[in-house]
Design a protein around this ligand. Structure first.
Ligand SMILES: [Zn+2]
Length: 293
């Protein structure tokens, strides 16, 4: 009897086990779908039709880690990155080294990122380019640099004011929803900030890691009806201010960085991460994006 029950349970479990992970299905698509840009879902649970390629090299940028084939995004994102890479030349940077945007058709990824799924997120390296003629091989080897101290509380000796200029330009663009940086970097930006800085500082949000790159997240472009904006929005998050407050200071406190171990932790239920998503976890329209030409 026990054996029968076990067999029945196994039979039930089988379809779930054999279902291919969405991240694998999306990674297998080497090209985007044709047609208009179509971001679908949310930044961390979605996909994208009509993505375009950030060219591997341009006059003021290079895409890094080409082997991943993640230099694809919404046309608005690609335009934004090209514009920003041009703008930073005013601050003594030759341009930008640009990390992952997303898969050709967006979707969850087999490695890294929880978000970057709708073609509206991109990572930009905190490494002023020395050259913009790196070979594909060099782009696999070179790494970004950390501009945060070892204890995670301040910026380190790599910091200089050009980083402030770059982040201010990046966050002042109306296409941007928010930009994630390590808390210590935002604290540095807050030093000496005046009321004139509130608007752009509001868009810069503290996040774990992000000491060697900043993560740009764009708003849903106009007319993208299947794209869901993130809630709460940045104004709500920072209560209308710059976000240079005690909440930000908490991020670099010992209480946050070195919490006392809890002797009786309550076990948390497992929450499915994007790497475990199947197509059933994504908006229904993503199946058409995956199948599309
Ligand atoms: Zn990112």
């Amino acid at each position: 009897m026990k054996r029968l029950i076990l067999l029945a349970l196994l039979a039930l479990a089988q379809p779930a086990l054999s279902e291919t992970l969405a991240a694998k299905l999306f990674a297998a698509k080497t090209h985007p779908t044709t047609g208009p840009a179509l971001p679908i879902g949310t930044y961390a649970r979605g996909c994208a039709g009509g993505n375009v390629e950030l060219p591997e090299t341009g006059p003021t940028w290079q895409a890094m880690r080409l082997k991943r084939n993640r230099n694809w995004g919404n046309p608005v994102l690609v335009d934004y990155l090209e514009d920003l890479s041009q703008a930073v030349t005013a601050f003594g940077w030759k341009g930008l080294y640009i990390g992952d945007l997303g898969n050709p058709r967006g979707g969850p990824m087999v490695s890294g990122h929880a978000s970057h799924q709708m073609g509206l997120d991109a990572d930009v390296w905190f490494l002023p380019p020395a050259r913009l003629d790196l070979t594909a091989q060099e782009r696999e080897k070179i790494g970004a640099i950390s501009i945060r101290s070892e204890d995670q509380k301040t910026v380190n000796e790599n910091w200089n004011d050009s980083y402030r200029d770059v982040l201010k330009a990046a966050a002042s663009d109306p296409r941007v929803d928010r930009i994630f940086v390590a808390a210590a970097i935002k604290l540095q930006l807050c030093k000496g900030a005046t009321a004139a800085d509130t608007a752009w500082l509001q868009h810069i949000r503290p996040e774990a890691a992000h000491q060697d790159h900043f993560h740009v997240r764009l708003k849903c472009p106009a007319g993208s009806d299947l794209c869901q904006t993130q809630k709460p929005n940045v104004t709500e998050l920072s209560k209308g201010g710059s976000g240079c407050d005690d909440t930000l200071k908490y991020w670099v406190s010992n209480a946050y960085l070195h919490p006392k171990p809890n002797p009786n932790p309550t076990p948390k239920p497992h929450k499915k991460g994007p790497k475990e998503f199947t197509m059933a976890d994504l908006p229904a329209q993503c199946a058409a994006v995956l199948k599309g030409k």
